[in-house]
Design a binder for this molecule. Structure first.
Ligand code: PMP
Length: 427
């Protein structure tokens, strides 16, 4: 048994000064049991905890670390930038360089703005969509997560297409009622909601690669249908690419599916492990932002020099090394070898780009409603056994796994073998 004495000690201490001992709820391991593991350092594909255990990291800080931990290019860039100051609260050249890099990778982005998190990016994009269309309602999908801002913490009530009800205490019903929630992958529900509320809908927001409630892969034709219906009703289409951006293809899901939304939101990979978010898209919409237009949006540390240096170094490295293709190939091989080894076991492993999800049920899922609730319990066992064998998976059944360029072929083959064995042992 691995020892976690120091982690336990730290967690007990943390509980006395941090609410719930954590700064983001899923870190508390409530879904998988046990004590959260305190990490001391990361190097390449591995993280090391305070008790001296080493794990192959499939969480990768929930997606940002596409080059693995402490990549020399990124550390060098952050160090060099820091020597010249950490923040000016003024304009600086790296903002332009990163914006230009993003525009070259995502040609549909005409203008951009940087913020410090995915939540902020989405919140700002929605305000912009509402101002542009002069409408209030937003359509979102069950199972898609778009950060923790009030309007987006709405969940569907009973019935197929429903007005949102707050999914968190502290969100006024008055706010959530502007959010219409529909299941993924259902043309009828979206048509129904547009028939009823079409003239009030400012935007449809979707993770084009829904990866926050398992990996609920959507077809191009479904996403294309959303593109068409939003156009037909004068609503905007927002792709939330916080996970898929710069991950499933250089130009994210837009490039992968060949679809152009009106606005896109980014986070995670675009900051390479430091806090960066971004939103952008059509110039006529983005020009409504202050100082050009009437939509207010601001941030003391937006476009922070260290964070942008990290993002720029990440995208440059990925591009220079043709990393996306290699990542896709390694991930596909990793997933195939698990699938092969667990043939006959009622478990599905889904993948796109360098994202994978172990779905502990026999059928694939394209909407949140198709995921069986009993999976979470079995996942806790999978998580615990994986941890014990040196593999760090995300501590929740509904979170996906990420592979970085630092994950070697050998490490992945070995991990596939271990994971397959663990999955088999659960049935
Ligand atoms: N949108 C999506 C698709 C996300 O996956 C996340 C975070 N998991 C967010 C928005 C919120 O980003 P952040 O946690 O940086 O606020």
């Amino acid at each position: 048994m691995l020892k976690h004495e120091k982690s336990k000690e730290l967690y007990n201490r943390a509980l006395k000064s941090l609410s719930g001992g954590v700064n983001s709820p899923v870190r508390a391991f409530k879904a998988v049991g046990g004590t959260p593991i305190y990490m001391e350092r990361g190097e390449g594909a591995y993280v090391y905890d305070v008790d001296g255990n080493r794990y192959l990291d499939f969480c990768c800080s929930w997606g940002p670390l596409i080059l693995g931990h402490a990549h020399p290019d990124i550390i060098r860039e952050i160090g060099q930038t820091a020597r010249h100051g950490t923040s000016f609260g003024t304009v600086h050249e790296n903002e332009i360089l990163l914006a230009e890099k993003i525009k070259s990778l995502c040609p549909h982005i005409e203008l951009l703005r940087f913020v410090s998190s995915g939540t902020e990016a989405v919140m700002s994009a929605l305000r912009l969509a509402r101002a542009f269309t002069k409408r209030d309602k937003i359509v979102k999908f069950t199972g898609c997560y778009h950060g923790h801002s009030d309007y987006l913490l709405a969940s569907a009530g009973s019935g197929l297409a429903t007005l949102g009800i707050p999914a968190s205490a502290g969100v006024p019903e008055d706010f959530a009622k502007h959010t219409l929630v529909v299941p993924l992958n259902e043309i009828d529900s979206v048509e129904e909601i547009f028939k009823k509320y079409g003239a009030e809908i400012a935007a449809v927001i979707i993770e084009p690669v829904p990866a926050n409630n398992g990996l609920l892969l959507q077809s191009r034709s479904y996403l294309g249908f959303l593109r068409e219906i939003t156009r037909e009703y004068g609503s905007l289409l927002i792709f939330d690419e916080v996970i898929s951006g710069f991950r499933v293809a250089p130009g994210g899901a837009s490039e992968y599916f060949g679809l152009i939304p009106d606005l896109s939101t980014y986070g995670k990979v675009v900051g390479g492990g430091l806090p960066v978010g971004a939103f952008g898209g059509r110039a006529d919409i983005m020009e409504m932002l202050a100082p050009l237009g009437p939509v207010y949006q601001a941030g003391t540390l937006s476009g922070n020099p260290l964070a942008l240096a990290s993002g720029l170094a990440t995208l440059r490295h990925l591009e220079a090394n043709d990393s996306w293709q290699k990542l896709d190939m390694e991930t596909r091989e990793f997933v195939q070898s698990i699938r092969k080894a667990i043939k006959g076991i009622p478990v599905n492993v889904t993948t796109i780009g360098s994202i994978f999800w172990i779905n502990l049920q026999p059928t694939t899922a394209t909407k949140a409603e198709e995921i069986l609730p009993e999976n979470a319990q079995m996942y806790a066992a999978l998580f615990g056994k994986a941890l014990e064998s040196g593999l760090y998976l995300a501590p929740s059944a509904y979170e996906v796994g990420f592979i970085s360029t630092a994950h070697s072929h050998e490490a992945l083959s070995e991990a596939a073998e271990k994971l397959s064995g663990i999955i088999k042992s659960l049935f």
